[in-house]
Unconditional design. Structure first.
Length: 130
């Protein structure tokens, strides 16, 4: 009798095995991104492109986002602090994105006139970067 293994089934079980190994090795922060109530990461990604945050930031996944005036945002979802000293949680992230100098006097990131909802979507997107 001939036993065949469908390639797709083999790939599926390899993924399960990898996920299990990740659990064993204690990659706790590899779980779900921080949840932002009312924030839509896909909308946030479009807004980040629209507002050209990439003029100052390197952001993986946003075409042309290679700026270096500000820090790269590729690990924003797992940093403990925003801009070096502001606790990284959704409320603070939204406030920072709307008015950086209000949270960090003297910072060179300008307020870009974001609405609360726009900043909320962007925060949801930024937390997927890690
Ligand atoms: C004119 C340049 C400029 C633009 C445009 C800009 N930023 Fe920034 N951004 C900065 C600088 C500079 C910092 C570092 C601030 C500090 O530490 O004082 C920063 C910091 C940040 C941080 C914190 C990064 C970290 O590692 O802690 C986030 C998040 C961020 N910006 C998101 C955005 C988003 C989203 C946009 C678009 C809406 C944007 N920025 C537009 C210059 C800019």
């Amino acid at each position: 009798m001939l036993i065949t293994v469908r390639p797709s089934a083999a790939r599926g079980s390899a993924c399960v095995a990898l996920a299990f190994l990740a659990l064993l090795s204690g990659c706790a922060d590899e779980g779900e991104p921080v949840r932002v109530d009312g924030g839509d990461a896909a909308a946030g990604k479009r807004l980040v492109a629209h507002y050209q945050c990439g003029a100052c930031h390197a952001i993986p996944g946003i075409p042309g986002a290679t700026g270096d005036a500000g820090p790269a945002l590729d690990t924003m979802g797992r940093l403990s602090y925003i801009a070096g000293g502001i606790p990284n949680n959704p409320a603070q992230m939204i406030a920072f994105l709307r008015d950086p100098p209000a949270l960090k006097p003297g910072t060179s990131m300008p307020a870009l006139g974001l609405t609360e909802q726009e900043a909320r979507h962007m925060a949801a997107y930024l937390y997927t970067l890690r």
